[in-house]
Design a protein around this ligand. Structure first.
Ligand code: CAA
Length: 380
């Protein structure tokens, strides 16, 4: 039985900054962010947005009434959760008006969570072929103002509908994974900012890539030539490029580098969305690229702490008709640009009337309206 991605979409908040403006403000050469890090813009979440609102906005782009009735497993992957106990999937379940006879859970393993969700969803459909599984990755990446990680922040969500006989991508039953207990990037319960050892995290990301990629190639007797494109977890686009260079030569495989470029168009404008970054890159590749039926995509997922996985997907004939390209491009093009001063005020939760007026037209179908009696309130 073929199982895979039948629908996929992303949402990113309607506010952004240009990283060249941020560099100038921080007295850094803009080329460090634009070329050295490889990012152009960064989405900024206002107080109206959290992982739940972004998840609803992303899911709403793809789900029909029939999907909502058939979904019997909701897997919400995040590392910027809104509750220590209740899963984000239960909020989502209600706001999307899903069938109550379903399982709803939240998964956490840093940026790796959505990949675990996809593999769980695959097994679920294998056992119950008529069911549909909704996997949502949703995160806000926060390192703090004027930190080394600042240009690699971002916010967004990716919603993926898994089914049998999928319309976009088939999941190959091939994968390799690797775990180690390390402190490269983490966020203790008492902190709303990530703690990161930047250089160490980069080294571990690449080491895990090498380990999982080589294990996969050894296990299935395959080589780089069996792949048409690679997508990486992209905290910033330069790291994926460096990883691709570890396995491929630009002069011998120009198509892999061209496809990598296409796979980073959206990520360069949104920033890091942790659990969703790999899948945002996948959407970028599918929508901006020109893959053919049966083309094989290699995916590298990495979640600090740390777990890595390398797995693969095959392109389904006619996939282009099932994407949301125009809607995604319009969403990014219509975001409201913030000055660095406005971005800093939002970061510090310091909303003046002028700022509130500027951001009130942000494109969102649901917003977070505060906490009453310790309960989070969402309004449509
Ligand atoms: N023009 C062009 N390039 C320039 C430049 C200029 N004027 N100035 C500097 N550069 C280049 C540097 O040469 C360097 O390139 P290489 O990596 O190819 O050597 C690049 O810009 C970055 O420069 P630095 O290494 O000096 O940057 P930094 O120390 O300020 O921080 C960072 C970079 C460590 C990635 C930091 O942004 C960070 O800590 N980010 C968060 C952590 C992170 O994203 N880790 C990734 C792996 S962990 C993970 O993947 C999980 C997750 O999502 C967090």
């Amino acid at each position: 039985m073929k199982i895979g991605i039948d629908k996929i979409a992303f949402y990113s908040p309607g506010l952004y900054i240009n990283l060249s403006d941020l560099a100038i403000e921080r007295k850094i050469d803009p080329d460090k962010f634009l070329i050295g890090i490889g990012q152009i813009q960064m989405s900024v979440p206002s107080m109206m947005q959290d992982t739940i609102t972004m998840a609803i906005n992303a899911s709403n782009k793809i789900l029909t009434k029939e999907d909502k009735e058939k979904i019997d497993l909701v897997i919400f992957a995040t590392e910027s959760s809104v509750d220590q106990s209740k899963s984000g999937a239960t909020f989502i379940h209600k706001l999307l008006e899903l069938n109550n006879y379903s399982r709803s859970i939240e998964i956490k393993q840093a940026c790796y969570g959505a990949t675990a969700g996809i593999q769980l969803g695959y097994s679920h459909i294998l056992n119950q072929p008529e069911s549909k599984v909704l996997v949502i990755a949703s995160d806000i990446a926060r390192y703090g103002l004027d930190t080394a990680g600042e240009p690699t922040q971002g916010a967004g969500s990716v919603a993926i509908l898994l089914t049998k006989n999928p319309s976009i991508l088939e999941i190959e039953n091939k994968s390799s994974y690797y775990t180690e207990d390390i402190f490269d990037f983490y966020r203790p319960n008492y902190s709303d900012l990530a703690i990161v050892d930047g250089k160490y995290s980069n080294d571990k990301y690449q080491e895990f890539f090498s380990k999982t990629y080589n294990a996969y190639m050894g296990k299935y007797q395959m080589s780089v030539n069996d792949f048409d494109a690679f997508c990486f977890h992209i905290p910033y686009t330069k790291i994926g490029l460096k990883s691709l260079r570890m396995i491929a030569d630009e002069t011998k495989s120009p198509n892999l580098f061209e496809n990598y470029k296409l796979a980073t168009i959206y990520n360069k404008r949104v920033g890091n969305i942790y659990t969703g970054s790999l899948y945002l890159s996948l959407i970028s590749l599918l929508e901006q690229g020109n893959l053919k039926k049966n083309d094989r995509i290699g995916l590298y997922s990495y979640g600090s702490g740390a777990v890595g996985e390398f797995f693969s997907l095959r392109v389904v004939d006619g996939y282009k008709n099932c994407l949301q390209k125009a809607s995604h491009e319009k969403m990014l093009d219509s975001r409201i640009q913030l000055t660095i001063d406005e971005y800093e005020n939002i970061f510090k939760n310091n909303y003046t009337e002028t700022l509130k007026n500027k951001i009130k037209n942000e494109n969102t179908i649901v917003y977070f309206n505060g906490v009453v009696d310790h309960k989070r309130i969402y309004l449509k």
